[in-house]
Design a protein around this ligand. Structure first.
Ligand code: ADP
Ligand code: TYD
Length: 206
């Protein structure tokens, strides 16, 4: 495929949406053919699966069911949105991808990173990002940023210890995927984080 696939990862409130908006602005200024998407969601069917996953009415959802739904949403998103864009030569920027499942379901829920990885290999036929940025902030800082903002979804309702596990998971996943993963400290100013993220991205796509 002609395009380049970049995922942005991080714990809740790490600033992904904010930074992705800034990437979008920069790509517009530089006329870069691109597609911006997010998980769970990013296509009609996948957005429906997202509603089921994040609905705070679904507190009874089993952890394995949750992992399967994320993988199902990812499959549909790939097929309908990401693969066509990569075939057209776009730079695809995706807010979360497989590493979120490894960190949240594999590690924080305790399903096992390898088990969740294998499930996702089936769902994606092994399509991995060319570059993944882990934007990391202290999990309590991330959650505090979120609580001021909006109603919390089902995952955000999890306690601090869950989010600490997610943070630790990213740190332990980074060396395993060192060929594609770059860690950036999300606790610096928005301007500084944006500058660093853009540097890494332009380096990859130039
Ligand atoms: P995410 O998409 O990772 O959950 P958001 O981009 O929605 O995070 O950011 C959560 C909140 O934190 C927003 O109110 C945003 O303005 C703020 N924020 C984002 N990045 C920073 C930063 N580097 N420093 C301080 N606040 C930030
Ligand atoms: P989202 O609204 O995208 O949160 P954020 O703005 O923090 O990125 O909600 C997605 C939630 O789903 C978030 O808490 C992370 C979680 N998630 C998983 O647990 N596994 C996954 O595979 C993905 C893609 C997301």
């Amino acid at each position: 495929m002609k395009g380049i696939f970049i995922s942005i990862e991080g714990n809740d409130g790490s600033g992904k949406s904010t930074i992705i908006n800034n990437i979008k602005e920069s790509f517009k200024e530089n006329n870069i053919k691109s597609l911006f998407s997010r998980e769970p969601g990013g296509s009609y069917v996948a957005e429906k699966i997202r509603q089921v996953i994040l609905d705070t009415d679904n507190l009874a959802m089993d952890d394995v069911t949750e992992a399967l739904l994320y993988a199902a949403s990812r499959r549909q998103h790939l097929k309908e949105t990401i693969i066509p864009a990569l075939e057209e030569g776009c730079v695809v920027i995706c807010d979360r991808y497989i590493d979120s499942s490894l960190a949240y379901q594999g590690y924080a829920r305790g399903l096992g990173v390898d088990e969740v990885y294998n499930m996702n290999m089936f769902a994606t036929k092994g399509l991995m990002p060319d570059l993944t940025i882990y934007l990391l902030v202290d999990p309590e800082v991330g959650l505090a940023r979120k609580t001021h903002q909006k109603e919390l979804d089902r995952l955000e309702l999890e306690g601090n210890s869950f989010h600490k596990k997610v943070y630790d998971a990213y740190l332990s996943l980074a060396p395993r995927f060192k060929d594609r993963v770059v860690i950036i400290n999300g606790e610096e100013s928005i301007e500084e984080v944006t500058k660093k993220v853009l540097e890494v991205i332009y380096n990859k796509i130039k």
